[in-house]
Design a protein around this ligand. Structure first.
Ligand code: PBG
Length: 319
């Protein structure tokens, strides 16, 4: 008889043969930054996740660092929005101020920035709108270049374009290189699906589109071959890390990307995935162990890096 149960007999042997082990080094923790002072306000659709003003986020970063987390990804919610999202690349923009303050106080914290326009535009789309109401791909590129450059100038360690415009990785790479930022890596949201799992984020970032949806630029959840093409183009254009987003309904995509490309792969365990689990735990429907199970599955699927609102919970349970 094949006695597979021999290696499951007790915790010692189970941990010796465990194939996938989460580490605090795998994680990037997302943070939402708002204008103002002394603000730490819970986001109603994401229990345990907050809006922070720049002064307050510094305390949070101290806590994150004490937990051993090395990297954060920043999202900014500006006070003023306009049709071209000009606060997104302003020197005194919310993200630019946050980056400078964090770097001043915690130079070793690795700062990734989300490069997109939807939090900054009055219409909530991820680009410049044509007269017909479409998102103008090529016009948008120059804005994405400005946003990425402003983040690098403020001191960001890595930029992560999440807009899904064609050609943006190559465009941003050129802009960074021409301005002396050839050492700033690009983590591309390469296979980013048009997903209902972003629902809570759009409340958190106040970025729901005023009309229509993002289906003309984000991917159709039914497609897998297309994800491979997206990743291939982003690598050709110079992406250093490629991302699959969301994670849980797309574990097959993570695995395919891992098997097809010899590249570091990130997976974004998005807001809806977080809130579903968080609510189930709070209502006693499932135990907290579900967090480690779910995050382990993302790593087992092939992710090298996991962006997750659960990063602090994982760090605590690994301690
Ligand atoms: C910006 C952006 C989104 C997310 C990350 N960057 C929202 C969207 O595309 O609508 C979603 C993250 C999450 O749900 O946690 N474009």
């Amino acid at each position: 008889m094949n006695r597979t149960r021999r290696l499951r007999k007790n915790p010692s042997i189970r941990s010796m043969v465990r194939e996938t082990k989460l580490s605090v080094y795998d994680f990037i923790y997302p943070l939402f930054i708002v204008e103002g002072e002394n603000i730490k306000r819970e986001i109603s659709s994401m229990k345990g996740v907050y809006h922070f003003s720049v002064d307050k986020v510094l305390q949070e970063i101290k806590e994150i660092m004490d937990l051993g987390i090395k990297s954060i990804i920043l999202f900014g919610i500006p006070d003023k929005k306009d049709h071209i999202g000009s606060e997104g690349y302003a020197t005194q923009g919310i993200i630019q101020k946050a980056i400078r303050a964090i770097k001043l106080n915690f130079p070793e914290m690795y700062i990734v920035t989300d490069v997109c326009m939807c939090e900054y535009t009055s219409h909530g789309h991820c680009g410049i709108i044509t007269e017909q109401g479409d998102v103008d791909n090529d016009e948008t590129l120059s804005y994405l270049g400005k946003i990425a450059l402003s983040h690098a100038e403020a001191g960001a360690d890595m930029v992560a374009p999440s807009d899904m415009m064609d050609g943006r990785v190559g465009y941003i790479r050129r802009v960074l290189d021409e301005n002396g930022f050839e050492m700033i890596p690009i983590m591309a949201y390469s296979a980013k699906y048009s997903s209902s799992f972003y629902g809570p984020f759009r409340e958190a970032a106040d970025s729901a589109p005023a009309w229509g949806d993002r289906k003309s630029y984000q991917m159709d959840p039914a497609n897998s071959n297309e994800a491979i093409r997206e990743v291939m183009y982003d690598i050709e254009e110079g992406a250093d890390i490629v991302m699959v987003k969301p994670a849980l309904s797309y574990l097959d995509i993570i695995r395919r990307v891992k098997d097809n490309f010899n590249m570091p792969i990130a997976a974004y365990n998005v807001s809806g995935e977080y809130s579903m689990i968080k609510m189930a735990i709070e209502n006693g429907i499932m135990g907290e162990e579900i967090i480690m199970e779910v995050l382990t599955s993302i790593k087992r699927a092939g992710a090298d890096i996991i962006i997750s609102y659960f990063a602090k919970d994982v760090a605590k349970s690994l301690k």
